[in-house]
Design a protein around this ligand. Sequence first.
Ligand code: SAM
Length: 458
Amino acid sequence: MNQLPENLLAELRLQQGFDEIAFLLAHQQLPNTSIRLNPKKKTAIAPLSEGEGLGMRSKIAWCENGFYLKARPSFTYDPLFHAGCYYVQEASSMFLEFVLKQSVDLSQSLKVLDLCAAPGGKSTLVASLLNENSLLVSNEVIKNRATILKENLVKWGSENVLVTNNDPKHFERLENYFDVLVIDAPCSGSGLFRKEPNYLNEWNENLVSLCNQRQQRILADVWKCLKPNGVLIYSTCSFSESENEEIADWMVDELQAENISINAPTEWNIVTTKSKKHKAQGFRFYPHLVQGEGFFCCAMRKQNADFEKPRLKKSKQKTSTINKSILSNWLTAIDAYEFQQKNEFVIAQPKSLIGEMEFISGKLNVIKSGINIGQLTHKDLIPDHELAMSNLLSDKIQKVELNFEQAIQYLKKEEIKNFESNFVGWTLMQYQHQNLGWAKVLSNRINNYYPMNGRILK
Ligand code: SAM
C-alpha cells in the first residue's frame, strides 16, 4: 500500500495515546472479512462450532449476529448469499447495533430513518433489530445506488421497510416524524484505506473540509424530521476530527443536540473520545486496536421543544378489487396485510403500518414499499422475486431443493442440469431449504424467473 498521508498522521499524533507504529503496521495487513447473519434466515448457516461452511472464525463482540471469517470466500458463488441469509459487512460498522440498543428502547414501535443507506449495511442491520410494528425508511440520494439498496433489502426480506430516493432536504416535509435517525455520512474515507487503497489517491485536506461542510448540510436538512427526544446516530469511516468530534460539537452548538453517553466494555479496545468544545462522547475504531476498519460513531438526542405531533392523513380504506382467494393460496397471515394494486403489481403492506407508508408515499419518492407480491391475472398470480425472498410465503408452495451446481446454474440463468420435479407450475427453487427464487416448471422445460439484473455474471 502507498504511504499514508503525512497530514493525516500529523493530526492523529495529537490524539491521546495514538500508537503510530502499530497503526502503520496494521495498514500492512489484510483487512478482516466479516458477515452478519439474517436472523430470519440463519438456520442455513453452519454454526460457529462446526467451523465449516463459510469458515467462521469468531463472533464479533458488539453484534449478536456478526462473525469474522477465516478467509474471504467467493460470496458470488455462495447461493446462501443470494438467498439473503447474510450480509457481508465490515465489523466496526456493526457497532451501530450496540449504540442503538443502548440509546433506544427497541421494544417500542419506532419510526427510523437511515438517510445515507446504500448499499444497505446499516439498513439490513437496523431492519433486523426492529419489531414488526416499527417502520424503517431507508433512503439513498444517488439513483443507481438506491437501486442497489433496494435489491439488497429485497434479499433481506423485511416487510416493514420503505426505500426512498430523495435528497436530505426533502425530509423537511416530515417534520417531527422519526424516533431515530441513522446518519452514516459520506466522508473522506480514511478509515477504509486498508480495504480500499485507491481512496488514498483521492484523500487531501480539501476533501476533508468539503466533507465537513456536506455533513453539516445533511444534518441541518434532516434535523427537523427528528422528534423531540428522538435519537440521532452519526457515523463516518474517517479518522479526521473535523468530520467526527467537530461535527458533534457543531450539533450541540447549532442544533442544541444533547450528547448521549454510552458505556462500551473497555476490553473491546474501542477508543472513547471527547469533543474539544462540549466534551461530547464519541467512539473511534482503529485497525491496530480492533479487528475492523476505521470508524467513528456518536449518539445525540434532540432536546424537548414544543412538539406538535404531525397529523397523519387517514388512509382511505380503498375498496380493494384484489382477489384475495388467489392470494391465500400463496401467502401466510394474509389478514395482517393490506393489498394494493400499484401499476400492474400487488403490494402487501403490514396493516399496522399502512397509514405511515401512505403518508410517506405522499411526501417522498418511494421505490419500494412493503413486499411486491407479483402480478394478478384473472386466474392466478405471477409471483415476484420479492415474494420469494420474504417471510410472507405459505408453507404450501411447492419447492424443489437444488444441489450446489444446480443452484449456481439457476442463479446464472443457465440450463439446470439433471433437474427433477414431480409437479409442474410455479415452484420455489431452494438451496439448503432457503429460497433462491421462482421457476415455472413445464412438462418439457423450466422457465427461470430469477431477476436478470441479479444473476451471477462471472
Ligand atoms: N450506510 C451505508 C451502509 O452501511 O451500507 C453506507 C453509506 S456511505 C458511507 C454514504 C452514502 O451517502 C453513500 O451511499 C452516498 O451515495 C450517500 N451520499 C452522498 N452524498 C450525499 C448527500 N449529499 N446527502 C445524502 N447522502 C449522500
